[in-house]
Design a protein around this ligand. Structure first.
Ligand code: NAD
Ligand code: DAU
Length: 361
């Protein structure tokens, strides 16, 4: 991209997608102020490659804290905000919805307020160029039947999990700040991401690591729930495109045109791990698959209609599912130190909470 360089305030830039975005933006010549609370999901090791790069400033901070967020705006004077910070795991939202309301709803409100105060005092030209890009999800649209048309930007909201409901609430707040105050916001609603640095509570990295170690592979329900998978680097390039060319007040759906049933994804992982790390004691990894009790309220199918961003902004995914999966599995196999560092006592406790009873049945 040959667009103008920016000073971007990124929230949640030590998490999975946020850190991939920060690495991509800095490599492209942007400057980043990265605000992250470093919850269980945040990891500064993801940013090791730019640790000493002056184009990246890391601030440990909570988006729910108006004083520290106000200070970040005043001290760093960003041209744009890209807001990733959130509680992001559906299963955790079922066990502890309060954390999702706090960060995703209260935190987004706090950030919008601070952004509005800062933006309203900018000089005319800077005010016109300022953007608040809110990173959201396809889960706000609810669940599709097998023959339903994919989610478009005009699909009504119908969130089904506490996570999805908290993201829907944050999307509505963002929209309201445009209509009420004129804050130049843009929202992106993206499908399931996968790639390097994803915390191993999510389907793909969990299955890669369990397969590698010969552990059971817990597939919820009948394994026929469908997700639309997008390689994380493509999501980051979509966000950078929207930041440069998207229109304030608009929303853009982002997806991979790559619908897969969960069982198909797990089979692909098993075959890749078998090929890259054959182990006679474990045998064929597909034999480790176990169907376990379903996620309550489990959405059956997500699919994204990404024609608007293609037509209006010229963005399309560039990495196929096969290529993205090969890269991702290889990355987890080659980064065992990263894996060991994230699998702390807190992670082991989560695995016990979510899987012990399921696998005992
Ligand atoms: P993640 O859980 O890996 O990372 C979230 C980051 O936010 C972590 O670094 C965490 O420390 C930080 N954070 C949490 N609470 C905070 C707070 N109060 N203040 C500051 N920082 C805080 O999440 P992810 O998968 O990278 O998702 C990032 C964003 O993208 C989320 O908003 C999510 O809803 C959205 N999204 C994710 C996907 C996906 O497939 N992962 C798809 C579409 C949209
Ligand atoms: O669609 C976008 C969303 O994708 C994002 O907004 C979320 O932040 C992100 O976590 C993701 O949500 P999902 O619930 O779809 O992702 P997860 O990796 O948790 O699960 C993917 C599918 O795999 C889902 O149908 C549930 C299933 N699953 C998941 C786990 C963790 C299993 O069958 N077994 C498991 O152990």
């Amino acid at each position: 991209m040959t667009d103008r360089k920016q000073r971007i305030l990124v929230t949640g830039g030590a998490g999975f997608i946020g850190s991939n975005f920060v690495l991509q933006a800095v490599a492209a010549g942007d400057a980043v102020i990265n605000v992250d609370l470093l919850t269980y999901a945040g990891n500064r090791a993801n940013l090791g490659a730019i640790e000493d790069n002056p184009a990246h400033v890391f601030v440990q901070g909570d988006i729910c804290d108006p004083e520290s967020m106000g200070r970040v705006f005043r001290e760093h004077r960003p041209d744009a905000v890209v807001h990733f910070a959130a509680e992001s795991h559906v299963d955790r939202s079922i066990l502890d919805p309060g954390a999702f309301i706090r960060t995703n709803v209260q935190g987004t409100y706090t950030l919008l307020e601070q952004a509005k105060g800062y933006w309203s005092r900018l000089a005319e030209e800077e005010r016109r160029g300022f953007r608040f890009l809110h990173v959201s999800t396809d889960e706000v649209y609810g669940s599709l039947g097998p023959e339903d048309a994919a989610f478009s930007e005009t699909t009504p909201y119908a969130p089904n999990s506490p996570y999805a409901a908290s993201k829907a609430a944050s999307d509505h707040l963002v929209r309201a700040y445009f209509h009420t105050y004129g804050l130049p916001v843009i929202t992106t609603n993206c499908s399931n991401n996968y790639g390097p640095f994803q915390f191993p509570e999510k389907l793909i990295p969990l299955m890669v690591l369990n397969a590698l170690e010969g552990k059971r592979l817990p597939v919820y329900g009948d394994g026929q729930n469908v997700r639309d998978w997008l390689y994380v680097g493509d999501h980051c390039s979509a966000i950078r495109t929207v930041l440069q060319r998207g229109l304030p007040g608009e929303t853009y759906n982002v997806g991979g045109n790559s619908e897969k049933a969960n069982l198909e994804v797990v089979h692909a992982i098993c075959d890749l791990v078998d090929g890259l790390r054959p182990d006679a004691r474990i045998g064929e990894r597909r034999r480790l698959i176990e169907f376990v009790p379903d996620r309550p309220g489990h959405d059956r199918r997500y699919a994204i209609d990404a024609r608007k961003i293609a037509r209006e902004l010229g963005w399309r995914p560039s990495i196929t599912f096969e290529e993205g999966m090969r890269r991702t599995v290889t990355w987890y196999l080659e980064n065992s130190e990263w894996v060991e560092n994230v699998r702390t006592g807190a992670y082991r406790e989560w695995i016990r909470q979510n899987y012990e009873a399921r696998l005992a049945q």
